[in-house]
Design a protein around this ligand. Structure first.
Ligand SMILES: Nc1nc2c(ncn2[C@@H]2O[C@H](COP(=O)(O)OP(=O)(O)OP(=O)(O)O)[C@@H](O)[C@H]2O)c(=O)[nH]1
Ligand SMILES: *[C@@H]1O[C@H](CO)[C@@H](O)[C@H](O)[C@H]1NC(C)=O
Ligand SMILES: *[C@@H]1O[C@H](CO)[C@@H](O)[C@H](O)[C@H]1NC(C)=O
Ligand SMILES: *[C@@H]1O[C@H](CO)[C@@H](O)[C@H](O)[C@H]1NC(C)=O
Ligand SMILES: *[C@@H]1O[C@H](CO)[C@@H](O)[C@H](O)[C@H]1NC(C)=O
Ligand SMILES: *[C@@H]1O[C@H](CO)[C@@H](O)[C@H](O)[C@H]1NC(C)=O
Length: 390
């Protein structure tokens, strides 16, 4: 008897803790409540504090298939017209102050003029402190916080975790080679981020990370640019992958191409080929991406699932950057790929600094043009641009 009561209580608790639309603020336009989650329209600091205090912003239950936390905060009403786009950042609660620094930079150089939304994802629920500080910092637009479903940040069932652990302990000489969470992160950014309900609210995203810098003013709407010019993937920096992280990747890609019965080489495929017709190790550096989520379509999904089934995210250390680059080379036309040459950008240890002095002065850049990684032999940009311009 007591056992069944406690079972019912447990089931009820689980049901109640699932995210669903909570009427926090009736003023919110119904049409903007597209997904299940906790919605709040910001009015002032004390009201916001009450909201955080009085609402269960995360459930204790970690759900396998849906996010256990979805919190959506609107800081602007009515919304000004803009592209269907968001900044996207994956980070941890303890990154909070570095996140603020990134936001200060992005707001100052670009977004105070355009008021694009921000979307934050985490493999754990965001803390109230994180949500409070970040929301207080961004005074326009929609700010979304969400956790990642467990199945999108864990081993798929075909992986032998003992074997994976053994491999990691012998991988320490490769950057992040011995890290388990880094592998989950790379797999998440390869095959899952675009399935997150918060990301699905949008058509375009600009990926940012804690610790990046934007070195120059961005005096035009980059999202408008990519839509108007039908760009699907835009980059700033590119480089060579560590061969040790992807020993079997290229073989699997070739096998995938055969199973897909692709008869002729895709137009952009040569971006990734060396003179022996093998992978040149070049990839777009994916900590910066401005892309159309349409590129993560059924073709992409088949590519990801095929590669995931080979186990290389765990038995090797495949990064999301080569995976995205392979998809770009397989599925996009050259004129859908864009290099933002006028952006100043830094992510440790490399930067892009505009070489054109007019751009540099007009956009108030603060980088040293001689530090531009695009000029280095370690960059693939010159090779890429040569191919993209033909
Ligand atoms: N929530 C969460 N975010 C993570 C975790 N590991 C990495 N990230 C985020 O994933 C992104 C990339 O992780 P980094 O550790 O910075 O990897 P990286 O230095 O960009 O990797 P490289 O570009 O290959 O040098 C960043 O936005 C991190 O904040 C994690 O365990 N949890
Ligand atoms: C929102 O939806 C509810 C119930 O579906 C309805 O009663 C209400 O009038 C709607 N509000 C607006 C602003 O459309
Ligand atoms: C904050 O907003 C709430 C709800 O609109 C209002 O009741 C309250 O008086 C406001 N508080 C302050 C300090 O402005
Ligand atoms: C998993 O890997 C370990 C270590 O390589 C091996 O001993 C074990 O037999 C494997 N298990 C299965 C089920 O294949
Ligand atoms: C933005 O794009 C997404 C994905 O295509 C779509 O579901 C959503 O309705 C769009 N939002 C607006 C406001 O047009
Ligand atoms: C490729 O061709 C083979 C043999 O004709 C066929 O069985 C298979 O379904 C095809 N694959 C795709 C993805 O079309």
């Amino acid at each position: 008897m007591w056992r069944s009561v406690s079972l019912i209580v447990t089931v009820l608790a689980i049901l109640l803790s699932l995210p669903r639309i909570v009427k926090v603020n009736d003023e919110l336009d119904n049409s903007t409540k597209l997904i299940d989650g906790l919605y709040y329209t910001y009015c002032n600091d004390s009201d916001f504090k009450d909201f955080l205090k009085n609402n269960e912003i995360f459930s204790a239950e970690v759900n396998q298939d849906i996010p256990s936390q979805v919190v959506i905060i609107d800081r602007e009403k009515p919304r000004t017209p803009r592209e269907n786009a968001t900044f996207l950042m994956l980070c941890r609660n303890q990154d909070m102050y570095q996140v603020l620094e990134t936001l200060q930079n992005v707001q100052d150089r670009f977004n105070h003029k355009y008021n694009y939304d921000y979307t934050f994802l985490n493999d754990e629920p965001f803390s109230k402190e994180f949500i409070y500080l970040i929301t207080s910092f961004i005074d326009h637009g929609r700010i979304s916080f969400g956790s990642i479903p467990r199945s999108h940040w864990s081993y798929p069932s075909h992986i032998n975790t003992t074997k994976a652990e053994e491999i990691r302990s012998n991988y320490a000489d490769v950057p992040y080679g011995d890290s388990e969470s880094y592998r989950h992160m790379c797999r998440f950014y390869s095959g899952f981020f675009y399935q997150h309900p918060l990301v699905k609210q949008y058509q375009y995203y600009w990926r940012i990370e804690p610790g990046i810098k934007v070195y120059c003013d961005v005096n035009y709407d980059v999202f408008r640019y990519v839509r108007k010019h039908k760009k699907k993937y835009a980059f700033v920096l590119s480089l060579f992958e560590y061969a040790d992280t992807i020993p079997s990747l290229w073989n699997h890609v070739l096998e995938f191409i055969r199973t897909e019965n692709m008869t002729s080489a895709p137009e952009s495929f040569e971006l990734l080929l060396n003179k022996h017709n093998w992978y040149n190790l070049c990839h777009f550096w994916s900590n910066f991406e401005i892309a159309n989520l349409d590129m993560f379509d059924n073709n992409y999904q088949r590519l990801f699932e095929f590669l995931d089934s080979k186990g290389g995210f765990y038995y090797e250390r495949w990064g999301d950057a080569p995976i995205h680059s392979i998809a770009v080379a397989l599925y996009l036309y050259k004129n859908e790929i864009h290099w933002f040459n006028d952006l100043g950008y830094y992510y440790a240890p490399y930067s892009q600094c505009p070489q054109d002095s007019k751009t540099f002065i007009e956009n108030k850049c603060t980088c040293d043009p001689d530090d531009d990684f695009g000029q280095s032999d370690l960059s693939c940009n010159r090779y890429f641009l040569d191919i993209l311009s033909n």
